[in-house]
Design a protein around this ligand. Structure first.
Ligand code: GCB
Length: 606
């Protein structure tokens, strides 16, 4: 990975050998974490705020020999050690730092995390250190030695630490830096809070010497009930080994033999009584993998998703995606959401709205969010933070975006509810961007040919009351996404407003809406009132009803969310107010309008 730090310290790369090596130390991503043998490292971590990266870079821009990774303590009264984790305060992990320490609310920079833990290595067991996510750049050290580095704030990473753990006391130090960069993904400019820190679960994963690292299973063909996939082993006995798959409810048990790379591809026919996964019937089947001494469970659903003409077919039947956009923010009061309880509240509101689908904007959400939605019968659009004006010609930026896409697909490819990978949001119509986005579309397809690819586009112009979607990126997508804001950023959509596309493809209106301060009332022409938001959404709905190729809608957005771009005192105060629900969880009038629209669609009235 070509890393920004190499750019920012330029010629100093040569004197940062440890840095240059670290990213190669990341182990292949281990998936299906909830079903593995893990030891949590969540909880209290000491932290040091280090805006100048004093714990990392010395006054000549060299990696300092006194780096905070060493977690030193002064051993003699005359020894100079200018930091001390033990006497520094603590943050809860997982969790952003911004909402845990008032001093860090707006902070963007480096924070050091440290945690002690006791461990007793066992022979024949391998151990991996797993991070659900760290925003944005993390350098990880175990017992004073740098063991890995990761860039990208919303995807997991892991390092093997077998043989590096002491019997007894150990410590981990992580340097997390959430500085925004022009060449980053996302880039400098985006409309959400840049929550920093170890924002998701941290754990140790224990495995046998040879273990089941990853697998992929999906229903390939509805009629023949063909199920396909592969399973990947990791370890000295990975090649030419037998791996067993059991699906107890089908009394199914079959063994496959891995190839020289430790992978076995398989296909088999599901029984005739297989129940398909759908929003109405989110059926999951337990499965169990066994390889040598390793076993790995999961619960998976089987369904197909495809596009035919203007239709999106779920299990062969045309579906209308009654959705809502969601940011990964806690349901009450803000802060990054990171657990199933918070996710459940957000998704429950979506269900109340009448949704069968959610757009998880604008980056991969935590794994519990996807799994919770899968259990609740909510289809998912999952996105990477290729947002607005990315550094399109920078090869490091493309590599970064590809890596985030790969990590997202690797983690979530067995979730039946995910039907769409979105490769970006509101990107400009330039030749460089088209190349960049094409590369992402190809990458997504090569990793996962079983889902639809989309992106949230924008209209190019309005002519004679008709808004035109003709973005050239549309030709590479299976489903078109489009964000429109008539009545908010532009003139209102009057009764004669129409929407047209140059493509014969299904359209999801991936954003539309208006802002309102919950509880603020007045005339429907007065901005920030609930009445204004209601009227704009009403006009949007009128327009949406005229679009024959419309197959889904995700109004912007479920809940008010924090954004440093939203500065208007009283009305915004740092919140994007386009939520159907307020930052405190109170439903606005527009919620009920949308709910009625979805009820009408679900009952076939529209
Ligand atoms: C958009 C963006 C979304 C913003 C929203 C807004 O088009 O995709 O991230 O938050 O508009 O509120 O302006």
């Amino acid at each position: 990975l070509f890393h920004w730090l190499y750019v920012s310290v330029g010629l100093c790369m040569a004197v940062l050998p440890a840095m240059a090596q670290t990213d190669t130390l990341l182990a292949p991503l281990i998936t299906d974490i909830p079903y593995r043998h893990t030891i949590t490292l969540n909880g209290s971590w000491h932290y040091i705020v280090d805006p100048y990266q004093t714990g990392y870079i010395d006054y000549r821009y060299r990696q300092t020999t006194r780096g905070y990774f060493l977690n030193q303590h002064a051993e003699h009264p005359d020894q100079l050690v200018e930091y001390n984790f033990e006497t520094s305060p603590a943050l809860q992990v997982p969790g952003d730092w911004n909402t845990q320490d008032a001093k860090l609310f707006y902070y963007e920079g480096t924070v050091w995390y440290e945690r002690d833990f006791v461990y007793h290595p066992q022979s024949g067991r391998r151990v991996f250190l797993y991070f659900g996510a760290a925003n944005y750049h993390a350098v990880v050290a175990l017992n004073g030695k740098i063991i890995g580095e990761h860039v990208g704030g919303f995807t997991p990473f892991n390092m093997e630490v077998t043989g590096q753990l002491h019997n007894g006391n150990n410590f981990i130090v992580v340097m997390v830096d959430n500085t925004r960069h022009k060449e980053g993904v996302p880039t400098n400019n985006f409309d959400w809070w840049n929550y920093g820190g170890l924002t998701r679960d941290v754990c140790l994963i224990e495995t046998p010497e040879t273990f089941i690292q990853d697998y992929f299973i999906h229903l390939d063909d509805l009629r023949s009930r063909q199920i396909r996939g592969w399973v990947q082993l990791n370890g000295p006995q990975a090649a030419q080994t037998s791996v067993q798959l059991q699906i107890p409810e089908w009394r199914f048990s079959r063994s496959f033999t891995t190839d020289a790379q430790g992978r076995a591809y398989f296909s088999f026919q599901a029984p005739a009584n297989m129940e398909l996964w759908s929003p109405e019937h989110p059926r999951l089947y337990k499965l169990v993998w066994t390889a040598g001494s390793d076993t790995l469970g999961d619960e998976v659903g089987f369904r197909t998703i495809e596009v035919k003409g203007n239709d999106i077919l779920l299990n062969g039947k045309s579906v209308f995606l009654r959705g809502v956009s969601i940011h990964e923010e806690a349901p009450f009061g803000g802060g990054r959401a990171y657990n199933a309880a918070q996710d459940h509240i957000l998704l429950h509101w979506a269900k109340e709205l009448g949704c069968n689908y959610v757009r998880l904007a604008h980056y991969p959400h935590n794994e519990a969010m996807i799994r919770e939605a899968e259990k609740m019968g909510l289809l998912v659009w999952s996105e990477i933070p290729v947002y607005w004006t990315i550094d399109w010609t920078n090869p490091g930026t493309l590599a970064n975006a590809k890596q985030q896409l790969t990590e997202e697909i690797t983690r979530d490819k067995n979730r039946a509810n995910i039907i769409i990978w979105s490769v970006g949001n509101e990107t400009p119509r330039t030749a460089e961007r088209l190349e960049f986005m094409k590369a992402l579309v190809e990458q997504a397809r090569s990793l996962d040919s079983t889902r639809l690819i989309s992106a949230a586009l924008q209209i190019s112009h309005v002519r004679n009351d008709t808004s035109w979607l003709d973005d050239p990126l549309g030709q590479y997508l299976d489903v078109l996404g489009c964000n429109i804001y008539p009545g908010w950023y532009g003139p209102s959509a009057d009764a004669g407003a129409r929407f047209a596309s140059i493509y014969q493809k299904p359209l999801i209106m991936s954003e539309f809406g208006a802002g309102a301060l919950q509880g603020y009332h007045g005339d429907s022409t007065q901005r920030w009132t609930e009445e204004f938001q209601y009227r704009v959404l009403d006009e949007d709905i009128r327009l949406l009803k005229t679009i024959p190729f419309l197959r889904g809608t995700t109004p912007w957005i479920l809940k008010d969310f924090r954004s440093p771009k939203r500065l208007l005192p009283f009305y915004q105060d740092g919140w994007n107010r386009k939520g159907l629900v307020s930052d405190r969880g109170v439903k606005k009038e527009a919620f009920y309008l949308m709910q009625q629209f979805y009820a009408d669609i679900a009952s076939g009235k529209i």
